[in-house]
Design a binder for this molecule. Structure first.
Ligand SMILES: Nc1ncnc2c1ncn2[C@@H]1O[C@H](COP(=O)(O)OP(=O)(O)OP(=O)(O)O)[C@@H](O)[C@H]1O
Length: 261
């Protein structure tokens, strides 16, 4: 894909007000560029601001300071150019699988037949063509998450935002979906920001892993402590020494005492 879908966070900070009126600095000094077509994973302990970062890029939250842009265009709110996949699928239970996938294009004015054709195409991408006329409640969790991915792809997003998308799946389904996501990313060349608690998942999927530390519980704002490139050629073998070396490097950063990061 030749369009420019570079993501840029510049001097980003996010403040929240706690229920008792205190200020919580969830994020500070975030500077990050994600190249068009790059796959970046974000890891870090609970509360370090991973979801906040994703939600600001999605346009669900406003930055308190700084700016985020996609392809040089500042983010001002949510839009179909940034497709979001959450842990809980978020499908409409009253629509069929094909209707769920065609929902975005239909909303933006596509004819029924064109939306159906798009649904067929993206259900093929995720291997669910046979289930087009089922309802989400008739599918397993893994299949529902595949539908959610197809639904987002049908909007032809420049950026795919995924917040713990495989967090509720069993280990086998999770690793199957990781392999599929790598293939989908190769085929679509969509820019991806993927938030996960699993360092192994991050190293398996990403070109670079953003390690975040801090957070309210640590008395410092959430921030990026390091960006680790995953220089592993070809198929990734989670049992290889190289893979585990990168995993260990990231784990050390995630668990490092705060004064060192
Ligand atoms: N709407 C909100 N109002 C007040 N504080 C918030 C709000 N959303 C997030 N926070 C605070 O901001 C900080 C970062 O939260 P965030 O959910 O981004 O972290 P996270 O790294 O994604 O955590 P987890 O891994 O547990 O999902 C936390 O201290 C959280 O309590």
């Amino acid at each position: 894909m030749s369009r420019n879908a570079e993501v840029r966070f510049a001097d980003l900070a996010k403040r929240y007000e706690s229920p008792d009126g205190d200020e919580v600095l969830a994020l500070a000094d975030v500077d990050l560029s994600i190249a068009s077509g790059e796959f970046v994973a974000v890891v870090g302990a609970s509360g370090c601001g991973k979801s906040t970062l994703l939600r600001i890029l999605a346009g669900f939250e406003e930055a308190s300071e700084g700016e985020v842009s996609v392809g040089g265009v500042p983010v001002r709110g949510p839009g179909p150019d940034r497709g979001v996949v959450f842990q809980d699928y978020g499908l409409f239970p009253w629509l069929t699988v094909a209707e769920n996938v065609g929902y975005g294009p239909r909303r933006r004015g596509a004819k029924r037949a064109d939306a159906r054709a798009l649904a067929t195409r993206f259900l093929e991408t995720v291997g669910l063509t046979r289930f087009a006329d089922r309802y989400p409640g008739q599918l397993s969790g893994g299949m529902q998450q595949r539908v959610a991915i197809a639904r987002v792809l049908a909007n032809d997003p420049s950026v795919l935002l995924m917040d713990e998308p495989f967090g509720a799946l069993d280990a086998l389904t999770r690793s199957e979906l990781q392999v599929e996501l790598r293939r989908i990313h190769r085929e679509t060349q969509t820019t991806v920001l993927f938030v996960t608690h699993s360092i192994e998942e991050a190293v398996f999927l990403a070109d670079r892993v953003v390690v975040m530390t801090g957070g309210a519980a640590h008395g410092v704002p959430g921030h990026i402590s390091r960006v680790v490139p995953v220089d592993l050629a070809g198929a990734r073998d989670v049992t290889s020494a190289e893979f585990n070396e990168i995993k260990r490097e990231i784990a050390d950063l995630v668990h490092a005492p705060r004064e060192t990061v």
